[in-house]
Design a protein around this ligand. Structure first.
Ligand SMILES: NC(=O)c1ccc[n+]([C@@H]2O[C@H](COP(=O)([O-])OP(=O)(O)OC[C@H]3O[C@@H](n4cnc5c(N)ncnc54)[C@H](O)[C@@H]3O)[C@@H](O)[C@H]2O)c1
Ligand SMILES: [Zn+2]
Length: 377
């Protein structure tokens, strides 16, 4: 039986809403469950981009009376409803664990104990489950260093060192088999979500996939949410005529993947079985430093504002992490198509025409981190 009805939790959010559009365009019947979390949806109403051909239900993923009937009506469940900030998760621990971990537990409890016809569960995981990316030591080959010691950060010695010989190591693309570790509560909850969904999927024969999103960028990303991705934060700073703040020396390597490529990959996960029961990296496969991202934004915006490179760090930050997307390519036939130049031009075009972007809450968020002692002095 093929899938006709898809439930997307968190479907009013950034990634979910793009997926909803793509699903509707492919004639799926789509239902969104979203509680319109005030930090993301400041108007408190459904966003203007809500798809008229989808059904929207306002409710919480932790509320069984709402979630259960929606799950029972679905052929596939895409579970994106979550609290999503690394920094904030370090002081709103109860909320993050409750929404993310318990919300997912409830979904699985329903799948195991009620009669359903769900043939696919896709749960949003994250680059965060890796902690640091993969590295190579000249002497010891592939190594997996963890968080940098405070004294190293205080000495502004930003590059990772080999856990065996303590020499500097070089970043290499991270594959799904890299040993995992989590250094913040948000990433722990993403790990719990992925592990629980894959375990229950395997145990009960419900095909499940856990996309590990790298840095997803594109239209609808919340620009006024200071906890959102770095590209969005810098864009709102630059549009406000202010310097983007770059932590450490700006040499951090990342993988920025366009929302359109992410949606393509998610459709493959829903429609194909190649990645069932696996975590799968979702990235562009290309590597860029965050200083290069700042420069690209500046050039495309045509503004003359240099970034402020702080030479300080946040305690929970990783140095490098870039995606090895071999698994997505081989199991799903995934091929990213959008270049950084195209993708960021689109992001900027959207930001310029969106009234919501003007506000810049970054300083307040930074103060909060500082007061909680999460910045390296
Ligand atoms: N954006 C990225 O780069 C990225 C990277 C890694 C993982 N992810 C994951 O992808 C998923 C989607 O992220 P996004 O960037 O679209 O975030 P988003 O904040 O734009 O969307 C999340 C949506 O979930 C809703 N939500 C929050 N709590 C809820 C609850 N208790 N009940 C029902 N709905 C709730 C919010 O209102 C929002 O619409 C998340 O699970 C996130 O952890 C995103
Ligand atoms: Zn070594």
């Amino acid at each position: 039986m093929s899938i006709t009805d898809v439930l997307v939790t968190g479907g009013a959010g950034y990634i979910g809403s793009h997926l909803v559009d793509a699903l509707v365009a492919r004639d799926y019947r789509v239902t969104v469950l979203d509680n319109l979390e005030p930090q993301v949806h400041r108007s408190g109403t459904w966003p203007s981009y809500a798809n008229p051909r989808a059904t929207y239900v306002r409710g919480d993923v932790r509320d069984r009376s709402v979630l259960e009937p929606l799950v029972l009506a679905a052929g596939a469940v895409v579970h994106f409803g979550a609290a999503v900030s690394v920094g904030q998760s370090m002081y709103q621990i109860d909320r993050y664990v409750d929404v993310n971990t318990r919300g997912t537990a409830l979904l699985l409890d329903i799948l195991v104990n009620a009669k359903h016809r769900v043939q696919k569960v896709v749960v949003a995981s994250s680059i965060g489950v890796y902690g640091e990316g993969a590295y190579r030591c000249a002497t010891h080959g592939a190594v997996a260093p963890t968080i940098r010691p405070e004294a190293q950060l205080a000495a502004r010695d930003w590059e990772q060192r080999c856990p065996v010989c303590h020499e500097h190591v070089v970043s290499i693309p991270t594959g799904e088999s890299k040993p995992l570790y989590r250094d913040n509560i948000y990433s722990m909850t993403k790990y719990h979500q992925e592990e629980m969904v894959l375990l229950i999927g395997k145990t009960y024969g419900i095909p499940a996939v856990a996309p590990r999103f790298f840095n997803v960028y594109g239209p609808r990303q919340s620009l006024s949410n200071p906890y959102a991705g770095v590209a969005a934060i810098w864009l709102s700073r630059l549009l406000n005529g202010r310097q983007p703040v770059v932590f450490e020396d700006g040499g951090q390597l990342r993988d920025f993947v366009s929302i359109h490529d992410v949606v393509d990959c998610l459709l493959l996960m829903i429609e194909k079985s190649g990645a069932d029961f696996l975590p799968v990296n979702v990235g562009s496969g290309d590597t860029v430093t965050i200083l290069e991202i700042a420069a690209l934004l500046r050039r495309l915006l045509g503004v003359d504002i240099e970034p402020q490179v702080t030479q300080t760090g946040r305690r929970f930050d990783i140095r490098h992490n870039t995606a090895d997307i071999t698994r997505a390519r081989e199991t799903l036939g995934f091929e990213p198509k959008v270049s950084l130049e195209q993708g960021f031009s689109e992001l900027i075009e959207w930001a310029r025409t969106t009234p919501d972007v003007a506000e810049d809450f970054f300083d307040r968020a930074l103060d909060e981190l500082s007061r909680k002692g999460l910045l390296v002095s």
